[in-house]
Design a binder for this molecule. Sequence first.
Ligand code: FAD
Length: 389
Amino acid sequence: MSLTRPAGEFAALLDNLRDFIDNEVIPCEDLANAHDGEATQRIAAALQVSAKARGLGAPRMAIPEGGLGLSWEECCAFLEQAGRSFLGPVTLQCAPPGQPDVAALDKLASPAQRQRYLAPLVRGDKRSCFAMTEPAPGAGSDPRMLATTARRVDDGWVIDGHKWFITGGMRADFAIVVARTDGGVSWLIVDKGTPGFEVVRDVPTMEPFDTGGHAEIIFRNCKVGPDALVGEEGKGLDYAQLRLEGARLFHCMRFIGLASRAMTIAQEYAGRRESNGVRLAEHQMVQSMVADAHIDLYAARLMTLDVARMLDAGQSIRHHSSMAKVFVSEAVNRVADSAVQICGALGVSEDLPVSMILRVLRPFRIYDGASEVHRSAIAKRALRHGLSA
Ligand SMILES: Cc1cc2nc3c(=O)[nH]c(=O)nc-3n(C[C@H](O)[C@H](O)[C@H](O)COP(=O)(O)OP(=O)(O)OC[C@H]3O[C@@H](n4cnc5c(N)ncnc54)[C@H](O)[C@@H]3O)c2cc1C
């Protein structure tokens, strides 16, 4: 067990969080404006002030830097609560891309980069995005196909490339750009507004309550200084793997909360709606969907917790986080899909949040490594190293 505070203190923190989510955050979810990013952003900003006043927010950040300094294990419970609302993670500074970018820059940034980018990111004064994915024939599932280049010149680097689906890119103040350099794949920080940094459009997706969009960005002869390089040249793919492992686990934690909420709504509906003279809750096929959802979420929580404990212990989570990501991403989708089914037509409407929950969860089977890519990696590792199942 990796606990940073006495159990009673942590329980009080979770009570505070649960109360905040139930009584302040969920009531502010405006389903009618779920597709209005500006409105969502305004609401989230106001909620951030309340969260700070309650002593909540930034669960993984160190206490001296204004965070809660929770262990990964403690984050499982915290993020599940925060994740029950569409607005919870962004309000509590534990949503991507900010959260994993903070974690990565905390490990890799130079003193100057810490001051210029990390500190304002932590305070919420600046926003980041992480730009890796490219349209074909560039990098998607296969990072080795990376086509963006950063060419070293006398006084810095010149970046050329095309990125898309860059979460938060529409509002970001700077991008961490993954590019091919002479020394391999590297990370460079580029301020928005740098000549040659062109945001083409916000790629529309199925997700509601999106606060920063999914930007398509072109870098054309984009010149940055020598201090733009993050960490060491040539280590970009290792850094991306590390950033993704933590980000993936945070997704698992918060999406368990969202799926659980969908099933709670479905159970309430099944308890009051009648069909064939009995409540839906009395039909065995409905009961079967409810039971499977509970089994899925129980297993999802345990897998996530196990990987969190491995992270706390400083162990490699490469293999296990892949297994957890595949299982949890598919389990939460099964749960949300059943919730929609149980709620009937209301389930697919926007009168209830369940259809929107399903739309938030569906892309998780694709980003941070598609299920098929993880399955392939798990099987190859198992077969190569003769791992027991
Ligand atoms: C909502 C959302 C947010 C995102 N945010 C970001 C972001 O902030 N930054 C960023 O850089 N990227 C981001 N992405 C992009 C994401 O990382 C990519 O979608 C992902 O890496 C897959 O790449 P692709 O879409 O090009 O799919 P492709 O590589 O074209 O793959 C398509 C499908 O082919 C199958 N497939 C691919 N490879 C294999 C294989 N080896 N074995 C078996 N099947 C395979 C899988 O089913 C896969 O879903 C985001 C995507 C989404 C949907």
